[in-house]
Design a protein around this ligand. Structure first.
Ligand code: ADP
Ligand code: MG
Length: 475
């Protein structure tokens, strides 16, 4: 029997607003527990929430960038459940009328492009965090995260395998980072997703019963959890049983999913309109203002890089794939006219180092200002391309300032022609047989002389000068 997989993702994106969705509490990450907590975040009686406009504007940017319907009037509802890190006993969310309606996004996989429809994207507040490993036999509650604005992006069940799910997640991450509405930091939980998986007989139109795997925050785990879940469901069905609709947890250490609760035990959230908040109305002017100020997205960047800066499309695509990479490129281009050179370094050496360490550029030690300086030192002839490579490798490890590395290691390029001429002459004097062979027509030997000068100067000789001098001396 052949089976077909159906997947739908619910992605929670933490919006990078300064303050929380309904209070003035700070959204900063990594503070001492319970120091970014307002009376509203604590859910004290008598306090009232006030909706954060910036969160709406950021949500709308997402909607516009995904060709979605924007609901200029949207409302809030209460989702009731009990948990220690949710002091109010309910979460404020948008159930009946979300800010962003139907939209879509294009993904790219090995099988080409595919359009994934997005059902909706709504605003809601995050809960706090329960901390289980700090106090023996007790659970701590940290409310710093409580009330942080989340945009929950719900896809249609149109994703067909783990690779597409990862591509979809990456596409969403790319868009929210380019829109500057989320920092995309998955390790800090700025993006997390619930993965809904079901299988059905190939060709069937009806959906199978799904399991929902909660709270995954890495590409690798999305892929593994899905593949594990598909295998589990096939096994159940092929042994004559049926999949139960339930919520499962992915255990990354054991690489398996485990049941949290089945449909029968599912919470009854008793949604109802939140009486504390009026509908939020976005005016035409506000909407137009956001439309007219949308940041440049990857597709537009690629076009501009190709048409205006003359990059190859393949280079442009690599650079525009990540917001950080594009920033580094654009910063360095401000310091030099040679944009092609900047691109060559990013697509070549920098990408090679990223691949070697298997990291994203934002996880590296390379800052845009330090990279710009490296390019500047190549174009102003302070260092040769070869030395620049070793400087980059040093920056990669230590993050140290480019000029500091050049100075402390004495890497400044030798430009002085009299010095270079002396070195070249001594190499010619010491290699009479090669000189003879060269003069007899063995042109290839020219490289030998260049190599020797480079060796003698520890790679610091300006290659262009070396070529000129050797040409002159070997005539
Ligand atoms: P809930 O809010 O209870 O989780 P929704 O109907 O809003 O349920 O669906 C949540 C997600 O699950 C959506 O992304 C949707 O595409 C996906 N989904 C729904 N049914 C299935 C199914 N049978 N198989 C896979 N995914 C599904
Ligand atoms: Mg769900």
């Amino acid at each position: 029997m052949s089976w077909e997989t159906v997947i739908g993702l619910e992605i929670h994106v933490q919006l990078s607003t300064k303050s929380k969705l309904f209070s003035g509490g700070s959204t900063g990450f990594g503070a001492e527990p319970n120091t970014h907590v307002d009376l509203i975040d604590m859910g004290l009686p008598g306090v009232l929430p006030v909706a954060n406009r910036d969160a709406f504007f950021k949500a709308i940017r997402f909607g516009l960038a995904t060709n979605a319907e924007i609901n200029q009037t949207s409302t809030f509802d209460r989702k009731n459940y009990f948990y220690p890190d949710l002091p109010k006993g309910y979460q404020i969310t948008q159930m009946a009328m979300p800010i962003v309606g139907k939209g879509s996004i294009r993904i790219e996989t090995d099988n080409g492009e595919k359009l994934i429809n997005i059902t909706r994207a709504h605003l809601e507040e995050d809960a706090g965090k329960s901390i289980h490993d700090l106090f023996e036999g007790e659970t701590g509650v940290d409310l710093n995260r409580a009330g942080t604005p989340l945009l929950e992006i719900v896809s249609e069940p149109e994703i067909s395998n783990a690779q597409e799910a990862v591509a979809y997640f990456k596409a969403i991450r790319q868009i929210v980072t380019f829109l500057d509405i989320c920092d995309g930091n998955m390790a800090q939980g700025s993006m997390r997703c619930d993965v809904n998986v079901s299988i059905r007989k190939s060709g069937d139109r009806e959906l199978g019963t799904r399991a929902e795997i909660k709270n995954i925050n890495s590409f690798k785990f999305i892929e593994r959890a899905i593949n594990h879940e598909i295998a589990r469901q096939i096994k159940i069905i092929e042994s004559g049983n049926s999949v139960v609709q339930e919520t499962r947890l992915y255990d990354s250490i054991k690489n398996e999913t485990r049941s949290m609760r089945s449909k029968e035990e599912a919470n009854d959230y008793r949604y109802f309109p939140c009486p504390d908040l009026l509908p939020v109305v976005i005016s035409d002017d506000e909407l137009n203002e956001i439309k007219n100020n949308l940041p440049e997205l990857p597709k537009q960047k690629i076009k501009r890089y190709v048409n205006e800066i003359n990059l190859d499309e393949s280079e442009a695509k690599i650079i525009a794939a990540s917001k950080t990479m594009a920033n580094i490129f654009e910063e360095a281009c401000k310091k030099t006219k040679d944009s092609k050179l900047v691109a060559k370094w990013l697509v070549g050496d920098v990408s090679a180092l990223l691949n070697k360490d298997n990291i994203d550029i934002e996880e590296s030690n390379l800052s845009s200002s330090n990279f710009a300086k490296l390019i500047e030192r190549i174009t102003d002839n302070t260092i040769s391309g070869k030395i620049a490579k070793s400087v980059l490798e040093e920056v990669w490890i230590s993050g140290d300032d480019v000029d500091k590395i050049i100075e402390s290691k004495g890497l400044v390029q030798i430009q002085d022609e009299t010095v270079l001429e002396k070195v070249a002459q001594s190499i010619i004097d010491n290699n009479p047989s090669q000189v003879k062979a060269y003069k007899d027509g063995k042109d290839k030997l020219f490289g030998f002389f260049v190599g020797q000068v480079m060796k003698e100067t520890q790679g610091k000789a300006n290659p262009k000068s070396v070529n000129e001098i050797l040409n002159k001396l070997l005539k």
